[in-house]
Design a protein around this ligand. Structure first.
Ligand code: DGL
Length: 274
């Protein structure tokens, strides 16, 4: 088997949220190795400018390339919105983001083309979901709403807290009034609030998790490019490696609560050096 097929997938995010994407990759393509980088020292990305996000993302790609990754997943919605195109133009390995896979499924599965998107201020302000959905389904109505309090609530561990439900009701009110039939959870952290969102939006609204759709798209891409790992990573000592730009302790605690694997190996690196 070629060495390239055995190389890991690089996955990066502004911090811990992208672990929801890593988790889907682990579930759906368990034979693949992963090198995860969380930019915990410089988060949040959701309120930063395009230029800053592009600069950070370039550094991260340079770091991941030192780990010999064969493909990269931009797990952060905000970085996918602002930096993906630039990264793809500069790269000779495949790079995918989370926005297009999520938008594609929403455009396809929305019963009436009445689609809501929730995300960070950055993602919503870029209108990338709306533009992409309407390029696929021009008659679609797309309502976008930034929900900036969701990220800190999840990171506080308040996923099932009544406070989170109150906040969510307030944010989602407009989506209910507009009778959206499909809602994209357009931020890494939001799939972790799925049950609260489900309760508020009701059973009939299609909830789209871009992390899930991205893992499917990645699997297809690896096959097409003939770089999918055909062996089994379970025999290896360390199929999943984690790096962060701030102290690893908090990251480990959060990761332990959502990942099915042990991440005692998380290490801090100086990302500004790349
Ligand atoms: N990872 C970010 C996203 O998906 C959310 C957290 C942040 O703002 O950095 O947009």
């Amino acid at each position: 088997m070629s060495k390239l097929r055995e190389a890991p997938i690089g996955v990066f995010d502004s911090g811990i949220g992208g672990l929801t994407v890593a988790r889907e990759i682990m579930r759906q393509i368990p034979q693949e190795r992963i090198v995860y980088f969380g930019d915990t020292a410089r988060l949040p990305y959701g309120s930063k400018s395009r230029n800053t996000i592009i600069r950070y993302s370039r550094q991260i790609v340079r770091f991941l390339r030192t780990r010999q990754v064969k493909a990269i997943v931009v797990a952060c919605n905000t970085a996918s919105a602002y930096a993906l195109e630039t990264l793809q133009q500069e790269s000779d390995i495949p790079i995918i983001g989370v926005v297009k896979p999520g938008a594609r499924v929403a455009a396809k599965e929305s019963p009436g083309g009445n689609i809501g998107v929730i995300g960070t201020a950055g993602t919503v302000g870029s209108h990338i979901y709306r533009e992409y959905i309407q390029s696929l389904r021009p008659e679609a109505q797309v309502f976008e709403k930034a929900c900036p309090l969701f990220v800190p609530l999840v990171e506080e561990g308040w996923r099932k807290d009544p406070v989170t439900e109150i906040v969510a009701r307030r944010y989602l009110e407009e989506m209910i009034e507009r009778r959206v039939d499909t809602l994209i959870l357009g931020c890494t952290h939001y799939p972790l609030l799925r049950s609260t969102v489900r309760k508020i939006m009701g059973e009939d609204v299609v909830l789209v998790n871009p992390a899930y759709e991205t893992a499917i798209e990645l699997r297809e891409l690896l096959r097409q490019e003939k770089i999918d790992n055909q062996g089994h990573n379970k025999t290896e000592e360390n199929p999943y490696e984690f790096f962060v730009s701030d102290e690893a302790e908090r990251f480990r605690a959060f990761a332990d609560s959502i990942l099915p694997v042990d991440i005692t190996t998380a290490r801090q690196i100086q990302i500004e050096e790349y």
